[in-house]
Design a protein around this ligand. Sequence first.
Ligand code: PLP
Length: 439
Amino acid sequence: MSHIFPRHTKQVFPTAVRGEGCYLYDSQGKQYLDASGGAAVSCLGHGDVEIIEAVKAQLDSLAYAHTGFFTSEPAERLASLLIDHAPGDIDRVYLVSGGSEAMEAALKLARQYFVEKGEPKRGRVIARKQSYHGNTMGALSAGGNAWRREQFGPLLIDMSHIDPCYEYRLKHDGESLEDYGIRAANLLEEELLRVGPETVMAFAAEPVVGATAGALTAAPGYFKRIREICDKYGILLILDEVMCGMGRTGSLFACEQEGVSPDIVCVAKGLGAGYQPIGAMLCSKQIYGAIEAGSGFFQHGHTYLGHPTAAAAGVAVVNAILERNLIPRVQEQGEKLMTALADEFNQHPHIGDIRGRGLFQGIELVSDRDTKAPFDPSRKIAARTKSAAFDAGLICYPMSGTIDGRLGDHILLAPPFIIEDSQIDELVQKLSVAIDTAL
Ligand code: PLP
C-alpha cells in the first residue's frame, strides 16, 4: 500500500522508472512520448548524460552550503550566464527552487523596492484573469484562474485581474490584430486609474500564457503598450517566464520577441530541465540598487536559496541550450509542429484554435467551431483527452478554464527541444486519436 499523498487520490498512476530522450518508461515497460515535457520542464529530454555528469560532479565537491554563510561557484556561474543573455537592465539573479518561489520573491521584492524608495502606499498588483503564477499564496493571488483559486479565497491577497490578450475570444470582428493589442493593453491603464495609480506597484503577466490558456501569445504591440503604461505610472513590469522562458518559444527569454524589457523576470521549469528543482528571479539594476543603497537586505528567503547542486544543473542546462544551438532548433521544429497540427486539425469540427510559439503550442477544443461555444465543463474534454493520450502512450498537458473560470478546454504541448520529425508525426497522430476518443 502506498503512503504517498498523491495529487489525485482517486486515480492510480503507473510507476515511472526510466527516461531516455523524448520518452519515459513505466515499470511495466510501457513507453510514453513526453509531448509536454511534464509541464514544460524537460526541455532537453530525459537521461541527458552531460547534465547528469554535471550534477554528479557538483555533488562530489559540494552538495549544499547555506547562503546565509556562503556563495558558491555554480550559483555565481549561473547568475553570470543568465545575466549575459538577459534583456535590458536586468542585472541580478536570485536563485530559488521553482516557479512559485520565483514569483513569490518577485512580488515581495517589488513591494520592498517601493518601501525602500519611500513610496509605501504602493502595494497593489494588477495581473490577468487567464494566468497562472504558482500555487503559493502570493503567486496564487496573482493568478487569475478561478478554478485554482476558488476554495482558497479567504487566504488570498486582494489583487486586480484584467482580461488577457486573447485574440481568439476577445478580438472584435473587423478589428485589426494591432488595434486589438492596444485595446487589450489599455485595460491596464483603465484599471490603474480605477484603483489609483499611486497604490499600484506592479503588473504581472506571462509573455506567452501556458498552464491556463494553452500557449496564448499576445497580439503584436501589446507588451510594448503595457511597458509604456507601466513607465507612465511608475509601476514595475514583472514577466513570468517560468513556463515560456529558457528557449521554449524560440528565444532564451520569451520577452525578447515582444521587444520589451521587464523590471523583474522569473524563470524556472526549463532552467533545471527536470534534472534539479531550480528557479530564478532576475531583477534590474535599479531595483537591486535601491535595496543596496537602502536596507541592504532583501527580507525574504528559503533554506534552499542558491542551492549549489541545483545551480550546477542550471549552468549545464543553459550551456547545453546555447552550445548545442537548440534555440534555432526550437524555431525549426516548432514550425514543423505547427504545420503538422494545422494539417491534422484545421478542418476538425472541435478544434477552434491552434496557437503558440516555438515548441510551446496549444489547441483549444470547442463544441462548435463556428460559434466558438465551449464544451459543457462537466464533459471534462481536456482531462479526458489527457487520459486517452496517456493510454495511447502520449503525455500532453490539459487545462480547462479561460477568462470566466471553467469555460474552455485546452491542450498544451511543450515537447523536448530535441524532438525529431518522426516524433512530431507520432505526437500528432496519437493526439488526434486521443481527441476523437475523448469526444
Ligand atoms: N508561473 C507559471 C507561468 C507557471 O506555468 C508555473 C507552473 O506551472 C508557475 C509559475 C509555478 O511554478 P512551480 O510549479 O515550479 O512552482
